[in-house]
Design a protein around this ligand. Sequence first.
Ligand SMILES: Nc1ncnc2c1ncn2[C@@H]1O[C@H](COP(=O)(O)OS(=O)(=O)O)[C@@H](OP(=O)(O)O)[C@H]1O
Ligand SMILES: Nc1ncnc2c1ncn2[C@@H]1O[C@H](COP(=O)(O)OP(=O)(O)O)[C@@H](O)[C@H]1O
Length: 318
Amino acid sequence: MEAAAAAAAPRPRATGGLTASTAGPHRACSSSWRPRQPRAASSFSSSGGGPADLGLLPRLRHSPSSAGRIAGGAPPPPVRARDSRAECAGPRSSAGHVGVNLEGENRALEMSSTVPKSSNIFWHDCPVGKTDRQNLLKQKGCVVWITGLSGSGKSTLACTLGRELHTRGKLAYVLDGDNLRHGLNKDLGFAAEDRAENIRRVGEVAKLFADAGLVCIASFISPYRRDRESCRALLSDGSFIEVFLNMSLELCEARDPKGLYKLARAGKIKGFTGIDDPYEAPLNCEIEIKEVDGVCPSPSDMATQVITYLEEKGFLHE
Ligand SMILES: Nc1ncnc2c1ncn2[C@@H]1O[C@H](COP(=O)(O)OS(=O)(=O)O)[C@@H](OP(=O)(O)O)[C@H]1O
Ligand SMILES: Nc1ncnc2c1ncn2[C@@H]1O[C@H](COP(=O)(O)OP(=O)(O)O)[C@@H](O)[C@H]1O
């Protein structure tokens, strides 16, 4: 196995007691309309409705050399869902970001290319809010974030889940890596900073879909933990559901439906995830799906596992 993929994937940990995010959603509008004064961007606080909520804080650049890269690992039970991420969240700063110092972020804000270029911008509230939309749809908006190696089954799970939700009368929308790279993200490649920007944009789009009341299914390799955590921090408590398709490199490479692993092995694609680019496995995902003895659960079984989680957490309520 290659160096980039050699270390066993760290197992999700339970460290107790912390909420998924303190960066709450932008406050929903009441259903009775009254004019509001627009708020200047500078008036937002870091505890809610602030730059972090609006996705304006950049992520710090990080080295992809950190630990936690994927390998197959010993065969545990095939599918495992966490009761609650609140039981296993990692340490957070006062700004609600995992392991990120707000002062450091602000410094990065001045330096990073993701600094907002516009000034004199205002947030406008609308009379119909997220709660109104959720009541209309009889469901709760959330983001199901599927991460894993190329060939691990992300798109398959996303489509199966989307179809199953549709059959049940629930509104869902799939954001898929390959598809978004044909449009919104067609200016991005696979260098670390391009992948980070890819995931940042997708996180913002997914947040909008969740705010619209949909079950947004995001299917991206999203190899860097920090980028996934930044997306998580955009969502309110519990509504970012990370699904880790923990399939071994061997299985993914054997599938190789697009022939990309073959090209990467031949040196014709550089920086391919799992071959010569890292994948940082989640430490605290809500749902982990694993293969057993080289066999992975069927797409239908995987989708059922996610649906069960969504039902238990009240996202599909009547
Ligand atoms: N270098 C390299 N590394 C990984 N993947 C590559 C690469 N080059 C092209 N592809 C194809 O791009 C798809 C992954 O796009 P994503 O947007 O999900 O990638 S990322 O999250 O920004 O890492 C991925 O799709 P999936 O196989 O569905 O994962 C590949 O088809
Ligand atoms: N649960 C599964 N069981 C068997 N084969 C699967 C399963 N999920 C996906 N596949 C197959 O594996 C290949 C890669 O799946 P895909 O969804 O395209 O992965 P990804 O989007 O992660 O690259 C496809 O040929 C697909 O049919």
